[in-house]
Design a protein around this ligand. Structure first.
Ligand code: PMP
Length: 408
């Protein structure tokens, strides 16, 4: 018995899902872009403002202590949720983008030399490409693309073959936001480790869908973003091995990240605070803590099982649509489907689908190299979550058939 068995009750906890869009029930299939928020998250955020509003770590008064303990409790919750070895390994950031930049500028750039290589797959989000390109351009290093196959899977052998003595870091997306592919991250982490190469896994699209155990994966860095995890925007984390966080210089300077400041020299706070200068998004992180509590109460295994069923239904339904080409047909995949339809532009399809109440994303999904590989400028992407239903899949397919007739 899982709470997901009563899907109507679960959906009722997400107030946005009962909206009408152009007079039609909303079918929200844009979860890879950002997820909707349960009432528990909304209440946690507004509860902070209505009852506890104060800055963190600076005040001894009651509100300050309450705000600090709620904020730090969110760190404990996230550490437990992703299986971090300790709470000190969880650095709060604004999201995946900031987490990758932190690793690029603080961990890798100080030691990067001309000729060094950073190996990232061809299916990475720009957030796991561009920061490496920026530090490579400054240092004479090179970003090397790891190969993918026509099905949108990582070419594991080809990737491992590119690991060499020049490789300073391997970056890989856990679940591709553009293709839905679930990558064999454990294999790549182990291969990198065997060669003494640090690894970074982009878990943005993984943590909302199945249980992740960072300690078991044993990657050096794992990054995630809160808003895809049913939490507010502007929240995220870098989970990093303590030895790295101890050795890394601060990324940004300011208040809270110091132990003592003088004009003769400044000493820094311990991780994770060393990397969290200034006043953070307190309400947002309290919301992230509430999101993680909510997900654990529902159960990540139950969520994964329901999403696997939705994925299979969606896959079969899309297979029936004439002229539809799936971009990415990996065997191991999430309920994320990118596709193009003969004779219809992706943006036109998405715009017309919106008129039918269906929210999907169209475009390049911040993965230009992936789109280039498949020879398409843009795709429509339908990305599902556990709160979606079989009825919504049917409504989506009917809407797709209707808008195609309009475009024909
Ligand atoms: N990586 C992946 C796989 C993503 O899907 C996204 C968001 N689309 C990001 C990184 C960037 O996340 P954010 O914009 O929240 O930093």
């Amino acid at each position: 018995m899982s709470r997901l068995d009563d899907i109507a009750a679960i959906r009722a906890e997400f107030p946005q899902l009962s909206r009408l869009i152009h007079g039609k029930p909303l079918v929200y299939f844009d979860n890879a872009n950002t997820a909707q928020k349960p009432r528990a998250v909304i209440d946690a955020v507004s509860g902070y403002f209505t009852e506890h509003n104060a800055n963190v770590a600076r005040a001894v008064h009651t509100l300050g202590e309450e705000a600090t303990s709620l904020y730090e409790a969110a760190r404990d919750k996230l550490a437990r949720f992703v299986g971090a070895r300790s709470r000190e390994e969880v650095v709060f950031t604004r999201g995946t983008t900031e987490s990758v930049n932190l690793v690029a500028y603080s961990f890798l750039r100080p030691t990067l030399k001309p000729g060094d290589e950073i190996l990232v797959s061809r299916m990475e989000h720009h957030a796991n490409i561009v920061p490496w390109q920026l530090i490579a351009a400054e240092t004479g290093a090179r970003v090397v693309p790891a190969p993918i196959t026509d099905t949108g899977e990582l070419d594991v052998e080809g990737t491992v073959a590119l690991m060499n003595e020049r490789t300073q870091l391997v970056g890989l997306v856990h679940v591709s936001n553009a293709l839905g592919t679930i990558n064999p991250v454990a294999t790549i982490i182990a291969a990198a480790k065997a060669r003494g190469i640090p690894s970074l896994i982009d878990g943005s699209q993984a943590v909302p869908h199945f249980k992740v155990d960072v300690a078991a994966l044993d990657c050096d860095f794992y990054v995630l973003t809160g808003h895809k995890l049913f939490a507010p925007t502007g929240t995220g984390a870098l989970i990093a091995k303590r030895e790295h966080l101890d050795a890394m210089p601060p990324f940004m300077g300011g208040g809270e990240m110091i132990r003592r400041v003088s004009f003769e020299g400044t000493t820094f706070n311990d991780p994770p605070h060393k990397f969290e200068p200034g006043t953070p998004n307190i309400a947002g992180f309290i919301g992230l803590g509430a999101a993680v509590d909510w997900l654990e109460a529902v159960g990540m295994d139950a969520i994964a099982a329901r999403e696997a069923r939705l994925r299979d239904t969606m896959r079969a339904a899309l297979g029936e649509v004439d002229g539809l080409r799936l971009i990415g047909t990996a065997r191991e995949r999430a309920a994320v489907f990118s596709f193009v339809v003969e004779g219809a532009h992706a943006h036109d399809l998405a715009t017309l689908l919106d008129h039918e109440g269906v929210a999907v994303r169209s475009g390049h999904h911040c993965t230009h190299p992936t789109m280039q590989f498949f020879g398409v400028p843009a795709t429509v992407r339908a990305s599902l979550s556990f709160y979606n239903t079989e009825d919504e899949i049917a409504a989506f397919v009917a809407a797709l058939a209707k808008v195609r007739r309009m475009l024909a």
